[in-house]
Design a protein around this ligand. Structure first.
Ligand SMILES: *Cc1c(COP(=O)(O)O)cnc(C)c1O
Length: 372
């Protein structure tokens, strides 16, 4: 009986640094400081330094990072914000929560990220900004999107939740727009122990505003200049992330090596392996193929104890909570097709070459194809 191949193996990762995590937890428990303190500032300093972005603001999760960033940008009622329809819910949910309108835009069929031409077509006098999502770990078409933003005086808020460390033309994900957001959800490339997130920016004034919003808009104790929220990251989680952070670059390389092996092994199979756009360094949060008979393939792999996942089966323009926006399915042909055709294969850092060969072999077996 072969070992199942899962989308994640967090236990195997934990074995690499578990003792250090236990020490860090113990240290925080002894200090009895659970909010704020030097671990938060140190995590912010180290992430900012590793990514080469001036400012990093640790927050409660990736969703709150987006919400707090949109609050800092002054998004509110009457504003429209352009978001891809093919993304995790939070990207659009945060826009709606501030009383603004998420304007869904279709994606590029090669990268599954926002299609700049369709962004242009969606602009109105009310458009206030664009949220490109660096889906699966590669940057959206940032040069075109930044050009559109400059021409129309729009903000760019990068949703880099899946793309920590990804680069476009040497520029790091989350460091190109006014603000960028990361998530430390346990399944993300830098996964914490529970919820966590971060806001990135080169703008010190915006960073200061995010720090204030994170703490109910307080400028000094019990004096609130504006309304924020409780978007604080727990000290315990920051202390644990400080233990995991030194492993993150190596884990990213392992994902990239696994992806390269899949690319080679899947040649000859009737599937489209991930297309990396020119200038992009992909960090493979997901290794997502595009194929016919996706659901059948998924069941076939499941019978062989190989886990896979579909991100995302229902595009946001079809979500019941956005029915009032009266979106027309025919306006999103690429996302509609992608939602029926994408399949993410295991690509976590603990995956072995033998396991990758088993996955690729099973895909060939399903299609009756042969490796080239
Ligand atoms: C994970 C994710 C988020 C939200 O992050 P949480 O930490 O789960 O709140 C936002 N956008 C995208 C694209 C994500 O993948």
């Amino acid at each position: 009986m072969k070992k199942p191949i899962n989308m994640l193996d967090l236990r195997a990762e934990f074995a690499l640094f578990g003792e250090q995590v236990k020490c860090a937890v113990h240290r925080v428990l002894e200090s009895q400081q659970f909010i704020g303190g030097p671990d938060i500032a140190e995590l912010e300093r180290q992430v900012a330094a590793k990514l080469g972005i001036a400012e990093a603001v640790a927050v409660s999760n990736g969703t709150d990072a987006l919400l707090c960033a949109l609050m800092a940008l002054g998004v509110g009622a009457g504003d429209e914000v352009i978001v891809p329809t093919f993304t995790f819910f939070a990207t659009a949910g945060c826009v709606h929560r501030l009383g603004a309108k998420p304007v869904f835009v279709d994606i590029d069929p090669a990268t599954f990220c926002l299609d700049p031409a369709r962004v242009r077509a969606a602009l109105t006098p009310r458009t206030k900004g664009i949220i490109p999502v660096h889906l699966y770990g590669q940057c959206a078409a940032m040069s075109d999107l930044l050009t559109i933003a400059r021409e129309h005086r729009l903000f760019v808020l990068e949703d880099a939740a899946q793309a920590i460390g990804a680069r476009f033309n040497g520029e790091v994900a989350g460091g190109m727009g006014e603000l960028g957001c990361l998530s430390f959800y346990p399944t993300k490339n830098l996964g914490g122990f529970g919820e966590g997130g971060m806001i990135l920016t080169r703008d010190t004034a915006l960073a200061a505003r995010c720090r204030q919003l994170r703490n109910h808009g307080q400028s000094q104790q019990y004096l609130h200049e504006f309304v924020g929220g409780n978007f604080r990251l727990d000290t315990l989680k920051a202390a644990i992330l400080l233990v995991k952070l030194p492993h993150w670059e190596k884990f990213t390389r392992q994902r990239q090596e696994s992806a390269a092996l899949y690319d080679a092994l899947l040649k000859g199979a009737p599937v489209r392996t991930p297309v990396v756009a020119p200038g992009n360094t992909h960090v493979y949060h997901q290794y997502t193929i595009d194929c016919d008979r996706r659901d059948e393939l998924m069941s076939f792999l499941k019978e062989r104890d190989i886990g896979t996942a579909v991100y995302y089966p229902v595009p946001l323009h079809r979500q019941p909570c956005f029915a009032h926006l009266k979106c027309r399915t025919e306006d999103f042909p690429v996302a509609e097709a992608a939602s029926r055709r994408v399949l993410s294969l295991p690509v976590h850092p603990m995956l072995t070459e033998e396991e990758i060969r088993r996955v690729a072999g099973a895909i060939h077996e399903f299609f009756g194809s042969r490796a080239r």
